[in-house]
Design a protein around this ligand. Structure first.
Ligand code: HEM
Ligand SMILES: [Cu+2]
Length: 579
């Protein structure tokens, strides 16, 4: 297809250019993502209700079935469909270029959809309740693995379309200099995705052959090592993608520029270099891999990756602070933050994602990644407590923020039930934060992970957790209910906007976005490089710091971290007496 036929429209509010073929693909991928979020959310309700000893909703077999489907529909299917939309957006709308190979885009979508339905069908049949990790020698039906493989092939095609689009942008010179930081972040996500999918193929294809009887044996230890090259790296795709969204929102809403492009880019690069390595934190108690490897891997290598996340966690709010202070909100430490648009769900979702990911997901992740401390919480409900803070508070809320932005710009609709939409991020965010923290607490008290019944009803040997564990699980349930209401509200708002949302009036706009213009075949103007920041920051800040508020926040983060680390070592010494 020649470039002259490609159709573009401009969104006058954001200044973004949308290519028509890319736009359609972004829409179908994003809508499908939300549908799976809804399915995963319904399953979350059943799983949570079963974990509450007072409710015990599902019998054993259905619990593991629902848990398997919940994990897969959320962390694989919802997240990756959404990431396809993010990749198409970052490459086309930000670089003002047509999408490469739009027909292949449909192959990506259909393969992923067929794969998703196939895996869900296998789980529904009842012989594939092997959890998201699908550890051998637990067997699942061949369709379970085949579905995942098709899904992965689809995702791989999506990554190649992304790279192809970058090539076209470079050839057609739609931008000057190097690609913008946000495109750079998306590129990092796509590169990690290729590595992830390759690891997935290495492990899932033999497992599929094993399930149909063509391979006789798969070593369970080896399976776990390779599976986590897939499982861990796929979380790094998520992290790179959601941090990219943080930068995007900071730029869109505040006109914020990264405090230092070089530092942010280097931080993204650290992900490629070190994150996959750190996958050993998932196999810290496995026999067969040496302690030396585990310790090197989870400390030296992992800390470099964590450093990258901390840099982003600092520069994103820092850049917002600088932008706000430049606008005159220069009083005191936190006026810039107080005066932020807290009623705009694009901002509130993004900021809750940043704080929740850093304080809850980040700190707990580093602490549980220490080989010794890992022994306290291994295979307890602490683990889902930690990762709901990363993949839900962090990634899912960033994707919610992006959705609130895409509804008026991409779909050209005013957000349905806007008053509730303003509330939704707080409900979901607070619910998820409490849910994560209380699960972590219950896990520290020993409550097992993925166990159908914490009361061990009918078991031949009785076991009682400390009473506080039941209280913590009760609190987990209450906050889960809040998160479920918040999540359901999000789905209703997103679907409601598409069905009933008023068309954005491009003269008036909505949340500062002005919605659709008509399509033309004119090539969008060249994306100009923002001039190097010559503006002096002399007049802002306090005591020589341009972003003192962010600096204080970083110190609070550090203090929380040190305290929590200390508490865990202290606790370890008491559960593991030396005599
Ligand atoms: C209202 C929202 C949600 C609630 C209430 C919820 C609740 C739960 C519960 C209770 C468990 C089981 C813990 C256990 O017994 O081991 C679980 C597991 C899990 N959840 Fe969620 N969840 C929610 C959203 C999400 C989202 C958005 C994602 C991913 C993006 C996600 C990913 C997972 C995964 C991967 C598992 C583990 C499955 C396994 O062990 O194989 N959840 N969730
Ligand atoms: Cu990991």
């Amino acid at each position: 297809m020649s470039s002259s036929k490609a159709l573009f429209r401009m969104d006058p509010g954001s200044g973004l250019f949308f290519n028509k073929s890319a736009e359609t693909l972004m829409k179908v991928n994003a809508i499908t993502a939300v549908v799976f979020l809804l399915i995963g959310g319904i399953l979350a309700t059943l799983v949570t209700a079963t974990r509450m000893p007072t409710l015990h909703t599902l019998p054993t077999a259905q619990f593991y079935q629902a848990l398997t489907a919940h994990g897969i529909d959320m962390l694989i299917i919802f997240i990756i469909f959404f990431e396809m939309a993010v990749l198409y957006f970052a490459s086309t709308a930000l670089l003002r270029v047509r999408i490469a190979a739009p027909r292949w885009g449909w192959v990506q979508y259909i393969l992923m959809l067929v794969g998703a339905v196939m895996t869900n069908y296998a789980i529904l049949q009842g012989n594939s309740s092997v959890m998201m990790t699908s550890y051998v020698p637990m067997p699942a039906e061949p369709l379970f693995y085949l579905g995942l493989i098709l899904f992965a092939v689809g995702a791989l095609i999506g990554c190649f379309i992304f790279f192809g689009t970058l090539v076209i942008a470079k050839e057609e010179r739609t931008y000057e200099g190097s690609v913008p930081l946000i495109v750079y972040g998306a590129t990092v996500a796509a590169i990690i995705a290729v590595f992830t999918i390759a690891s997935g193929a290495i492990i899932l294809i033999p497992t599929f052959l094993w399930s149909v009887g063509l391979v006789s044996h798969i070593d369970p230890l080896m399976y776990r090592v390779i599976w986590w090259a897939l499982g861990h790296s796929s979380q790094q795709i998520n992290v790179a993608a959601h941090i990219t969204i943080w930068y995007m929102v900071a730029g869109l809403l505040f006109g914020a520029k990264p405090m230092s492009e070089k530092v942010s880019r280097t931080a993204f690069l650290l992900y490629i270099l070190f994150l996959q390595l750190a996958s050993a934190h998932h196999i810290l108690v496995d026999p067969g891999v040496s302690s030396t490897w585990k310790v090197f891997n989870t400390s030296y290598a992992m800390y470099l990756a964590v450093l990258a996340s901390m840099i982003h966690g600092l520069t994103v709010p820092g850049s917002i602070e600088v932008a706000q202070r430049m606008k005159g909100l220069n009083n005191g430490l936190f006026t810039w933050l107080q005066k932020a648009p807290w009623g705009n769900p694009v901002f509130s979702s993004m900021f809750i994602s940043l704080i929740g990911f850093g304080f809850i997901g980040g700190i707990s992740g580093v602490v549980m990644g220490v080989e010794q401390i890992n022994l306290i919480i291994h295979n307890t409900i602490y683990v889902p407590g930690h990762f709901h803070a990363t993949v839900v508070l962090g990634t899912t809320m960033a994707f919610m923020s992006a959705t609130y932005f895409l509804l008026p710009t991409l779909f050209g609709r005013e957000i349905f039930m806007f008053k509730l939409a303003k509330l939704q991020p707080y409900l979901f965010g607070l619910g998820m934060a409490g849910f994560s923290v209380f699960m972590m607490g219950a896990g520290t008290m020993g409550v097992a992970r993925r166990h159908w019944d914490m009361a061990f009803t009918g078991a031949p040997y009785a076991f009682e957790y400390p009473a506080i564990a039941y209280t913590l699980m009760g609190l987990t349930g209450i906050f889960a209910a809040m998160a479920i209401i918040g999540g359901a509200l999000f789905c209703v708002i997103a679907v409601g906007t598409l069905l009933f949302g008023k068309k954005v009036d491009s003269k008036v706009g909505f949340m500062g976005f002005r919605g659709a213009d008509s399509y033309t075949t004119d090539r969008p103007p060249l994306l100009e490089r923002a001039p190097a920041d010559t503006v002096s920051h002399k007049d802002i800040g306090i005591g020589g710091f341009v972003a003192p508020g962010t600096f204080i926040m970083a110190l609070v983060f550090l203090a929380t971290f040190v305290l929590y680390y200390f508490v865990n070592w202290k606790y370890l010494s008491s559960v593991w007496g030396l005599s």
